[in-house]
Design a protein around this ligand. Structure first.
Ligand code: URA
Length: 198
């Protein structure tokens, strides 16, 4: 796998290893975070630190396990000091993210936080305004929601994220049922009215 020996951007100089992803490479839901942190860089798996533990709890609460999702990041190497990836790093790593999406071909992509949202929808896309929406592009549905690390900093964001994941899980189940019945369209659930700004 080319990504595992990538030297296309300067992040390779400071990484311990490439953090490719975890979960099921045949999942219908792919989650994209920001970038590996210290724990992920050491272990070689995304979302294994405090934010990852919270993410796993949220997924479990809506009935999703590691067999139902594939989890990766906008950049596959740790930015030094856990800083936000630079636009040039995002651009360079895009080739790997796109290859992952092509290989898995998920109908649902969950964008965890501002960096993942901007990586797909441009620098003007704002997570507070856009979370809770369901955005169609290239035959996939994108669901921006807050990053689990943001929930650790501000627990008042847990409720809207919980609703986002309930909807994501429900849409994932609908798609699976539709696929089993040979109906590729699978109507998505309506957005829950939770009074949050979208
Ligand atoms: N935060 C991320 O965005 N990705 C990880 O893999 C871990 C923490």
């Amino acid at each position: 796998m080319q990504a595992l020996s990538c030297t296309r951007c300067p992040l390779h100089e400071t990484r311990t290893q490439v953090v490719f992803g975890r979960g099921n490479p045949a999942a219908s839901i792919v989650l994209v975070g920001e970038g590996p942190g210290r724990d992920e860089d050491r272990e070689g798996r995304p979302f294994v630190g405090a934010a990852g533990q919270l993410l796993d709890k949220i997924l479990a609460a809506v009935g999703l396990g590691e067999e139902d999702v594939f989890i990766t990041n906008t950049v596959l190497c740790r930015p030094p000091g856990n800083r936000v990836p630079l636009p040039a790093e995002l651009d360079t790593c895009r080739v790997h993210l796109e290859a992952i999406l092509r290989a898995i071909d998920p109908p649902i992509v969950v964008l965890l936080g501002a960096t993942a949202l901007k990586a797909f929808f441009g620098p003007k896309a704002g997570i507070t305004a856009m979370r809770g929406q369901r955005l169609e592009r290239d035959g996939r549905a994108f669901y921006p929601t807050f990053h689990p690390a943001a929930l650790l900093r501000d627990p008042s964001r847990k409720r809207p994220v919980w609703r986002d994941f309930q909807r994501i899980a429900a849409d994932g189940r609908l798609i699976q049922v539709a696929a089993a019945q040979g109906d590729a369209t699978g109507s998505p659930s309506p957005a829950p009215d939770d009074g949050e700004s979208r």
